[in-house]
Design a protein around this ligand. Structure first.
Ligand code: NAD
Length: 505
């Protein structure tokens, strides 16, 4: 049996449980159907066939879950950070033990290639370990003195929180948002994306089997407009950690206004990779190709705009086009596959529509630009490169969220920066140059929350993650995550009998 056939057989085995009955919500430690018995179907992007029916939660289910999270909060917040650390490490161990199952189910639910998803499950476990280790110190603060006064700050968990996640790499992203909340002492209600809900079910089961107390983690599946909306409006939910589209972020802010919800947004991107002529062009080309065509281009940090110095534009874009054409599009479980099918026919339609838009706008399609007939007949799209792109074209301004790259030439550093910053988004930037002074100037002026110089996106968990402009509000990673999920309290002690103003007598 080839590795591909083994993956197929194992995926079938792991998916069998989802095909029976309804994939349940998890509320107060119990697997439950939606209160009104409603459910929805999730399909595989490989062949568009149903994978499972999933409980379709609505306001009543969110209310139950929020109440369960509220009831579990005092005990979870009160246990020691050391104890939370132990439990979260046990969850990490359990994720590692089931990494293959998670990866194979994720591939079939999202269309992401196994070569990336096998690592995504393990990265999820790493997220648990990273925040587990920080749990004991999460409440620590500072001592701030002035004459006659000692101030002591400390942090405490904000309360039950809502976590709303997108469909692109759901397992890894869910851990990224959920674990710091748990480590801080918050309880949660998770609403996963309706296009890829399966691994969220595995995750909550794994956590409870590993010893997470009942009600600390509640899962409600459903659609954004009912379950998601109800979560953002619920008075017992103190904060919303959200990853998804920028316009959904706006809606959530509006919905949460009435209950003064604290929000943390990781939103869309149209990230530039800026290549100067003095860069190591082979490395730059490999990195640019990796950052747009890995994870099907369904990646918020993807380098979807390629800004190339005019003197090397032809040569560089030819190199990128050759690499794009050589990428294997195929079944997500085939170990050779780089680009699998896009998540859903509706998203595929959106991505394909940009090929027509590119033609109308007068860009050149240097690679791809078409649908691919892949195994299973699902949502396969060719890795695509547009050249001759001007920055005011829609293909240079709008987040396509597929394996589609728009290449724009620039003449000067100033022009490169103007083009790079002339978009609504500001999540990441990538700068390729051998000139360190230029790198300092460019990174200083680039409007982005995260920039890599002479590198693709290599994540270091203690560093801040997040965007500016329409790409987000707030930062994750390291202590930044705790700042969001915790309240800071200051206590001022008088250290001497200072003079108190007398208003009478
Ligand atoms: P989406 O905004 O459509 O959906 C995300 C989640 O929000 C889903 O669970 C959905 O059900 C829910 N939702 C929708 N409407 C809602 C509402 N009114 N109230 C509450 N919840 C609602 O995003 P998507 O299409 O699932 O994901 C793709 C987007 O996510 C892209 O824009 C991508 O850039 C972004 N993303 C950002 C990051 C980041 O870290 N910045 C990471 C991954 C993905």
């Amino acid at each position: 049996m080839s590795d591909f056939e083994t993956h197929l057989a194992k995926a079938e085995k792991y998916l069998a449980r989802f095909r029976e009955g309804v994939v349940m919500n998890q509320i107060g430690g119990e697997a439950v159907e939606a209160a009104d018995g409603d459910s929805f179907e999730t399909i595989s992007p490989v062949d568009l066939k149903p994978l499972a029916r999933v409980a379709r939660g609505k306001a009543a289910d969110i209310d139950r879950a929020a109440k369960a999270a509220k009831a579990a909060f005092p005990a979870w917040a009160a246990i020691s950070g050391e104890e939370r650390k132990k439990i979260l490490h046990k969850v990490a161990d359990a994720i590692v033990a089931r990494a293959e199952e998670i990866a194979l189910v994720e591939c079939m639910d999202t269309g992401q290639a196994y070569r990336f998803m096998s690592k995504a499950a393990l990265r999820g476990a790493e997220n648990f370990r990273f925040f587990a280790d920080r749990a004991p110190a999460a409440r620590d603060g500072a001592a701030l003195r002035k004459a006659g006064q000692l101030n002591v700050t400390s942090r405490s968990p904000i309360g039950p929180v809502g976590v709303i996640t997108p469909w692109n790499t759901p397992f890894m992203l869910s851990t990224w948002k959920i674990v710091p909340a748990l480590a801080a002492g918050c309880t949660i209600v998770h609403k996963p994306a309706e296009f890829s809900p399966l691994t969220a079910r595995l995750l909550v089961e794994i956590a409870e089997e590993a010893g997470l107390p009942k009600g600390v983690w509640n899962l409600v599946n459903g659609f954004g407009e009912d379950a998601g909306k109800a979560l953002t409006e619920h008075p017992d939910i103190k904060a919303i950690g959200f990853v998804g589209e920028s316009r959904t972020g706006s809606m959530i802010m509006r919905q949460g206004a009435e209950t003064l919800k604290r929000v943390h947004f990781e939103l869309g991107g149209k990230n530039p990779v800026i290549v100067f002529a003095d860069a190591d062009l082979e490395r730059a080309a490999d990195a640019a190709v990796f950052m747009i065509y890995s994870l099907n281009g369904e990646r918020c940090t993807s380098s979807s705009r390629l800004l190339v110095e005019a003197s090397i534009y032809e040569e560089f874009t030819r190199k990128v086009a050759e690499k794009a054409k050589a990428i294997k599009v195929g079944h997500p479980l085939d170990p050779q596959t780089v680009v699998g099918p896009l998540i859903h026919p509706s998203h595929e339609k959106k991505v394909l529509s940009y090929f027509e838009i590119a033609r109308e706008e007068g860009a050149t399609i240097a690679a791809g630009g078409e649908k691919v007939e892949g195994p299973g007949g699902g949502c396969y799209v060719a890795p695509t490169l547009f050249t001759g792109v001007a920055n005011d074209m829609r293909i240079a301004q709008e987040e396509i969220f597929g394996p589609v790259l728009s290449a724009i030439p620039f003449a000067t550093e100033e022009q490169a920066l103007n083009v790079a910053n002339d978009v609504a988004y500001g999540l990441t930037g990538y700068v390729w140059t051998a000139d360190i002074t230029r790198a300092l100037r460019v990174t200083d002026a680039l409007e982005a929350g995260m920039i890599w110089v002479n590198s693709e996106n290599v994540r270091h968990l203690p560093t801040p993650f997040g965007g500016v402009k329409s790409s987000g509000i707030g930062r994750d990673g390291g202590d930044w995550s705790f700042d969001f999920y915790m309240e800071t309290k200051n206590v001022a002690f008088a250290t001497e009998a200072h003079k108190i103003p007398k208003l009478a007598g």
